[in-house]
Design a binder for this molecule. Sequence first.
Ligand SMILES: [Zn+2]
Length: 284
Amino acid sequence: MTFLLHPALRCPIEAAPFKLDGPSLICSHGHRFDIARQGYVNFLGPNDKRSRDPGDSKKMVSARAAFLGANFYRPLADACLDITRKYCSQIARDAITLMDAGCGDGYFIHHVQENLSNDLRKRMSLVGFDISKWAMQKSARRCKATWFVGSNRNIPMIDKSVDLLFDMFGFPDYASFSKLLAPHGRLVRVTPGNSHLIQLRQIIYSKIKDKSERKPYPETLRAVSEKHITYEVVLRSKDIHNLLLMTPHMFRSTSEHRQRALNQDQLTVTIDVMLEELIPTAAR
Ligand SMILES: [Zn+2]
């Protein structure tokens, strides 16, 4: 697989431009990064890693791919697609960069790419990264985009180079997102609402905690739209298994409680998310 070199990609060490050199990327200062056989580059240095294998494990990534592959989040992917189409229709420029920060197994990018018209697809550069190399191995096999292993804290792209920035259930870094967004750019966030997976949480916990207040956004970003997406899906036992595996931080519980959830043959759960669009504020 070849690596798709986005023109705004910069060396994470000192922001020099890259060129392709056989099986690696080399920056103008001579730093070299190998291109993995699946077609992504790993930009995480030893100092960026808090563990030897950061981010989602191979098992978690497989569970996520299986869960998303069953299309339980398809309406969310469609909402991303709608936003992308609308954005493209409002922007006259030929080249538009869409980035998914913390893209996991690449499900959302793939959905957007597959469903855009040919004309839009030609205008669009897709970029996805995740801190998990296992996630990147899956993503890079899915479709053609600029894929790399990296973290929100240090996204190796030129300032103001991203038009559409997706943060799907991620851990946002607003300072770096604000720098990255083009002046006319959009940050699109999908976050769980109060009733998200509530039926499953009721089985797992004896008491459901009230969601704490949402933190306000920094002054560099302003929400321009906000909508709730709510629907129900029917999960089978294997789907519940995948869901528990892919979001362990969400379901910290005893093994007895988890088993109670896994024993359900079938469970109807609410998907309840908030979809927000934010723009960079003028004063920057
Ligand atoms: Zn360099």
